[in-house]
Design a protein around this ligand. Structure first.
Ligand code: G6P
Length: 612
């Protein structure tokens, strides 16, 4: 979703800002813009991609050692040149960029219009810059006070950055709900919605806290105050990330790179967490809060998208290992439902980005209700990671492709580790069984490499599906959430309609859709109720569908029934979602590539959904 980059220092701002916008393209957007300042304040913006902005500014004055830049994902007002950010105050002295939504913008706009203001755009953002202008110019407050006064009027979530022609040495930023990170280097500041535009300039960052305002002056120390003007001490953190992590390298797409990274990312999720003799697991978040987990009456998992699918796998894991009630909730529903929550509930928020607005709100609701909230996040220092009482990082590294791949497998692995660690604390797990699973976990990265070797076959085979209009994905048990995830991957990037279903539920509706040659993907690795899934496959075969199955190596029955079959190595049922998700990711990827789709930045989608 909207991306923010801003710079103040002694270098020319344009190359830094445009490069930063390119780094943020993965978040999803439909227009881009930039404001640069020396003696003049220059604003250039256009509908389309950052490359369109580059062409647009080719013959323009791009000088200035300070500026703000933005990629906009339209919420209020269609994607066009006028609605693109930055927005200017009516006297054209102040420029502002914004990520988030101002919920009361229409009443504020009405008031400003009554006060003689005119508006250029259909956005909610423009009211912020006009309000700042109102307090600054009409009421005569200094810029920082005017910003504080304007913010006190806003309802909603936002991250904003402001520059003013009248104060050419100051960059002002503020956040409430939406993320902002400030890179600090030798008296210069580069700030952004996430760290990807920052890492190539500095590894020293400050995460701006909620309801904080940052004041950055060239050559001066970073100043932070809260919305009530109380001084805060900036907390400098060191980023453990390098440029390689956020570049494609030899791969044509980030998604393929990230699929192929999974053997390593899984190792990173487990490192230091499984004992060297493979007999046990230890997670500091569980150890530090063991009473909470031991005494939990219920586990409630809140998440969105792919993270929600990982949560569903978590339900199977926790029920199996802990014999405890588990509920998995869409964060967007949970937050508005008035769900009963108890002090002995453990609420687990799962989020790759750690910035998803609905998950963030669900965390807040659970905290306010007195529940213990635990985070499973990938992005270190993200809002959800900071808001939760405790948690476990998945350590999958930056995920740039919009379709989540390595984040999912690391989330499932983390949930298995958590299940084992809690079961151990509760004295509920047999030592031999624990050792077996930990040994399986240890061998998982190698098994992932075996699954990745299917890539060429899947690529060749995916050719035939560019014609398809519908796909059905089926699975039972642990493979049911996987069926949902497989279908989501395909629709996200290839725009082919796909549905995931628990295999037995097929008879209650989707079977009506089946016609000759309709591709049906069936994950049939189950040991538990193998015969049941075989019957489901037979029902599909009888209707002449095209059956693509994922089976355990050595399977013969399902193989015979299938038109095409991918074999994955044998592993514990709990870990199958990790291995079996990989052919599903590759299938979706290759079909989308064959169809000529923009795999890394699918239409309308955003990587980090920072508005509800
Ligand atoms: C967006 C992304 C998905 C992601 C979901 C939740 O929809 O495109 O890939 O699964 O948000 O994001 P989170 O960062 O909270 O896991």
């Amino acid at each position: 979703m909207c991306g923010i980059v801003a710079y103040i220092g002694n270098q020319e701002a344009y190359p830094i800002l445009i490069n930063g916008l390119k780094r943020l393209e993965y978040r999803g957007y439909d227009s881009a813009g930039i404001a640069l300042m020396n003696e003049e304040l220059k604003v250039y913006k256009t509908k389309g991609k950052v490359s369109d902005l580059e062409s647009f500014v080719k013959d323009k004055d791009l000088s200035g050692c300070m500026g703000i830049a933005h990629t906009r994902w339209a919420t209020h007002g269609e994607p066009n040149n006028i609605n693109a950010h930055p927005h200017l105050s009516e006297d054209k002295h102040i420029a502002l960029i914004h990520n988030g939504i101002i919920e009361n913008y229409s009443s504020l706009k009405k008031e400003l219009i009554t006060n003689g203001y005119t508006f250029q755009s259909d956005t909610d953002t423009e009211v912020i810059v006009q309000l700042v202008n109102y307090f600054h110019i009409r009421d005569g407050f200094d810029l920082i006070t005017a910003v504080q006064m304007a913010l006190s009027q806003l309802i909603g979530a936002y991250a904003i950055v402001i520059i003013s022609k009248d104060d050419p040495d100051t960059l002002i930023a503020a956040r409430k709900g939406a993320p902002l990170v400030i890179g600090v280097k030798d008296g210069a500041f580069i700030m952004a919605s996430d760290v990807t535009p920052i890492v190539e300039y500095t590894n020293d960052v400050v995460y701006l806290g909620d309801e904080e305002i940052a004041i950055m002056k060239r050559g001066k120390k970073l100043r932070i105050v809260d919305f009530k003007n109380v001084k805060k001490t900036p907390l400098l953190k060191r980023l453990e990330m390098n440029l390689e992590c956020i570049e494609k390298g030899e791969y044509p797409h980030f998604m393929l790179k990230e699929i192929f990274e999974q053997s390593d990312t899984l190792k990173n999720s487990m490192i230091g967490r499984i004992s060297s003799d493979l007999s046990s697991v230890a997670l500091s978040g569980i150890i530090d809060n063991k009473e909470r987990f031991i005494n939990a009456r219920r586990i409630v998992i809140v998440a969105c998208g792919t993270s929600w699918h990982a949560g569903l796998v978590g339900e199977y894991i926790f029920e199996h290992l802990l014999n405890i009630p588990v509920e998995v909730e869409y964060a967007s529903e949970f937050r508005y439902r008035n769900p009963p929550l108890y002090k002995d509930d453990v609420v687990i928020a799962i989020s790759q980005s750690g910035e998803t607005a609905d998950t963030l709100a669900a965390v807040e609701l659970a905290k306010n209700a007195g529940a213990f909230v635990y985070g499973i996040c990938n992005v270190v220092g993200s809002s959800i990671a900071r808001m939760t009482s405790s948690g476990t990082y998945t350590h999958a590294g930056p995920e740039i492709g919009v379709a989540s791949t390595k984040a999912f497998t690391s989330q499932v692995t983390t949930l298995v580790l958590m299940g084992l660690a809690i079961a151990k604390e509760k004295g509920m797990i047999d030592e031999g069984y624990l050792k077996n699973i930990v040994t399986e976990l240890y061998h998982l990265p190698q098994k992932i490499n075996e699954v990745l070797a299917l890539n060429d076959d899947i690529k060749m085979f995916s050719n035939r599906f560019t014609y398809a209009k519908n796909f059905l994905y089926l699975g039972r048990g642990y493979n049911y959430p996987l069926a949902l995830e497989g279908a989501l991957k395909l629709k996200e990037i290839s725009y082919i309609h796909a549905e995931g279903y628990p295999a037995a539920e097929m008879k209650h509706g989707p079977i009506a859709l089946i016609e000759e040659k309709m591709p049906i993907v069936i994950i049939a690795t189950n040991k538990g109720y193998y015969d049941k899934i075989v019957s489901n496959i037979q029902e599909v075969v009888a209707r002449k569908a095209f059956v693509i199955s994922i089976v355990t190596k050595g399977d013969t029955t399902v193989k015979k029934l299938s038109n095409y079959c991918f074999e994955i190595p044998e592993t514990d049922e709990m870990l199958v979602p990790v291995l079996a998700s990989i052919p599903l990711q590759l299938l979706a990827y290759h079909i989308a590539v064959q169809k000529g789709c923009n795999v890394d930045q699918p239409r309308n989608l955003a990587k980090s959904v920072t508005v509800e």
